[in-house]
Each structure stands twice: as C-alpha cells, then as structure tokens.
Design a protein around this ligand. Structure first.
Ligand code: GLN
Length: 201
C-alpha cells in the first residue's frame, strides 16, 4: 500500500459471513477485496477469515488452490484475523473436526469446534478485553468454538466467566470465537487494522 494510508484488506469469500466483515472494514476506511483466488490474496495487506462452517471452508480452500498460498502468507507474517470458523482455520490444532478436516494453522492453540453443544448453540455475553480498553465487548457466539489450550506462542485476550478462552493473539494473528462483525462494536476490527497498518509500513 505504498504511499497510501488506506490498507488493502482481503476477506476470504469462499463461504460464511464475509459480507458483514467487508462492511465493517470499509466503515473503518479499508479498501476491501473479496479473496477467492491466489492472485487476490497476493494483493492484500491483511486478511479476515470469516465465520461460517470451517469444514466447508477447509475443503473449498483446498479445492480452489488457496490453502497452500494461505499457509505461506500466514507463515510470512501477513496479519490475519479469524472469527469463529476463521479461528478454527487459524488454529494449529483442532478438536472435534470432521474426519479429515485440516486447518491452515499459525496460532499456537488447540480449538474445539462446536464447544457449547446443542443446549447452548448461540448466546451473547459481555467480555472484559483489557487490550481494547475498559468498556466490555458485547460478544455474540454462534455454534462457537473454544480455545481449549493456549500454547506458549499465543496470548489470551479474553475469557468467559468460567475461564474458557475465547480470544487470542500471536504477533500478527488474531482470533475470536465470537462475531464482532454483527454487533456494531468495531474495536476488534480496529485493533486488527492497527496490525495491518503497522505491517504494511
Ligand atoms: N460451528 C462452525 C464450524 O465448525 C463455526 C460457527 C461459526 O463460524 N459461527 O466451523
């Protein structure tokens, strides 16, 4: 993004709620690109992996020849923010994946899919997120995963009252088990864009 302060941010647009992320990122002043092909990935300063269904996104990313370029981009330091299914894709280790399900990896965490079971498919709660300031973040969980183990490379950003970890970061990688793109609270996206701007400069 040489010479411009408008970051080019991709949203992986294979499946899921990529449109909602695009709206928030545009509201924050980013140039948003829907990424479905390796050429589109090569043009971005940062990438959002949206919520949806991680097993489907996994299959599509391999079918479309995007999985390897995505792994390389993550390894080379591209800022990436994964929400919900996107957090699962970013995790180094997955629990309760479907047979053969793979992740892109990058975040040193173990993530359990659909961790809240059918009794509590979806719920909302307020989270303390010290990295984003004193005001709690209203978080919407939809068939959400949970971070069951935070490895030594990763850092916890937020937990539920019972201690279950639901937001993490590791260098340029950010992951939330919930969906800030549907609440109007844009602080996680703003926090991510700070990483994107810092990386692009
Ligand atoms: N349960 C979904 C999965 O396993 C994630 C749900 C979501 O992204 N809202 O990928």
């Amino acid at each position: 993004m040489a010479g411009s302060s408008k970051p080019h941010v991709g949203v992986l647009a294979l499946q899921g709620d990529f449109r909602e992320h695009a709206l928030v990122l545009r509201e924050l002043g980013a140039d948003v690109i829907h990424v479905r092909r390796p050429e589109e990935l090569a043009a971005v300063d940062g990438l959002v992996l949206p919520g949806g269904e991680s097993s489907v996104q996994d299959k599509l990313s391999r079918t479309f020849g995007l999985a390897e370029p995505l792994k390389q981009a993550i390894a080379s330091g591209l800022p990436v923010y994964g929400t919900c299914a996107g957090l699962i894709l970013l995790a180094d280790r997955i629990l309760d994946g479907i047979t053969g399900q793979q992740t892109l990896g990058g975040l040193d965490v173990s993530v359990r899919r659909n961790a809240f079971g059918s009794q509590l498919d979806s719920f909302e709660t307020d989270l303390d997120v010290p990295a984003l300031g004193d005001e709690p973040v209203h978080a919407v969980f939809i068939r959400a995963p949970v971070v069951e183990k935070v490895g030594p490379q990763a850092t916890r950003l937020a937990s539920l009252d019972d201690g279950q970890v639901v937001a993490v970061e590791q260098g340029n990688l950010l992951g939330t088990a919930f969906h800030p793109e549907v609440t109007g609270d844009i602080r996680f996206h703003a926090y991510f864009l700070d990483k994107v701007r810092a990386h692009a400069h």
